[in-house]
Write a protein that binds this ligand. Structure first.
Ligand code: GSH
Length: 339
């Protein structure tokens, strides 16, 4: 009898350890005590260390929000810098728990690459940055131009598709490291830089010596829905990342901010009470503490707060909310109901 119990216990243990090692990132993160987020090698507004070495940006805030939701502390995260080419391998191999790095959702990434999208935290489109002296005011005038872009981005394919559809020929200058491709553009080694419009805004203000002598052309040639990715088959973790995003946007919709969230703990609004865990349930559904969303809002802020300080009007990038406004304000940000 004793022997049988021991065997069963050992079996149960090995089964649970086995499944933890294979798939359950939520358990792994809880045990490890911090979240490992894949970020850029340094891209102002989205993920970039400040002069004290503290990472800042819209994607860093998403990573911090996940840490706040799972571990109750937004600072329990580690940023793993990855260039465009490295990012999916790092996710596949388990080096990171989640990719929070200006990554476009494409069908191939969401299927064949073994990754799965957990939502959109920035709706974008691909554009072009040129020096004003080129005298070009539309992307259609870029025939015969040399165009800088980074290896491993969706921008390479999108550029090829668009050029073909518009009868334009161009010379691609494709470089693997972000710093090098930016330096090549600044040195005039190509006529235009193509990537997401948010990226161009970031490069113009943070990397060009005289930002005013550069212009982002008006055309956006694609849809680039940027958002976090996790591994396929990791459903409880997928849910945590997905609902962290909806807690941030939902908090904005409900008027909850890092400054006023404590007052809202007294709110009579059932949606507010559920989000903040005053009425329990939402936390338990995710395998998290009932304070998961309260901790996000208190420590990181709602989506709009994060947007404004990192990429919006309170930042150097000054990107209008546009498509990234809440749906009630005419944008595409539509928080899924927490109930
Ligand atoms: N959204 C596009 C582009 C994202 C991307 O990687 N952009 C480059 C900008 S050119 C970047 O962020 N590089 C930063 C780095 O490699 O550290 C994608 O998902 O492929």
């Amino acid at each position: 009898m004793h022997y049988t119990m021991g065997l069963l216990t050992a079996l149960a243990l090995s089964l649970s350890v086995g499944s933890v090692a294979q798939a359950d990132t939520l358990d792994i993160v809880k045990q490890r005590g911090h979240v490992q987020c894949g970020v850029t090698t340094g891209f102002a507004g989205f993920s970039m260390p400040d002069d004290k070495g503290v990472w800042r940006g819209l994607d860093i805030d998403l990573c911090r929000a996940i840490a706040a939701a799972v571990l109750g502390d937004a600072e329990k995260y580690k940023a793993v810098p990855l260039n465009s080419q490295q990012r999916f391998t790092a996710l596949q191999s388990g080096e990171i728990d989640v990719l929070t790095r200006n990554t476009s959702i494409t069908q191939q990434r969401d299927t064949a690459l073994g990754a799965i999208s957990a939502g959109v935290n920035f709706y974008d489109g691909q554009g072009f940055l040129v020096h004003k002296s080129l005298g070009v005011s539309s992307a259609k005038e870029l025939d015969q131009a040399s165009i800088c872009m980074q290896t491993g981005t969706s921008n390479e394919n999108t550029m090829a598709d668009w050029a073909r559809a518009n009868g334009i020929t161009y010379r691609p200058v494709v470089i693997e490291q972000f710093n090098e491709v930016v330096n090549a553009f600044a040195a005039g080694r190509c006529d235009a830089f193509t990537t997401d419009a948010s990226g161009l805004a970031s490069i113009r203000v943070s990397r060009m010596q005289d930002p005013d002598s550069y212009v982002v052309l008006p055309e956006q040639i694609s849809k680039e829905p940027l958002g976090p990715f996790v591994r396929q088959g990791d459903d409880s973790w997928l849910n945590v990342v997905k609902w962290t995003l909806h807690a941030m946007t939902g908090a904005e919709e409900l008027g909850l901010t890092s400054a006023n969230v404590d007052e809202h703990l007294e709110s009579d609004n059932p949606a507010v009470r559920r989000l903040l865990g005053v009425t329990p349930g939402a936390g338990k559904n995710l395998g998290l503490d009932e304070k998961w969303a309260y901790n996000i809002v208190k420590q990181v802020g709602n989506y709009g707060e994060s947007y404004e300080r990192n990429v919006g009007m309170a930042s150097a990038l000054k990107i209008p909310r546009g498509l990234n406004a809440l749906w009630v304000d005419g944008g595409l940000i539509y928080p899924l109901p927490i109930r």
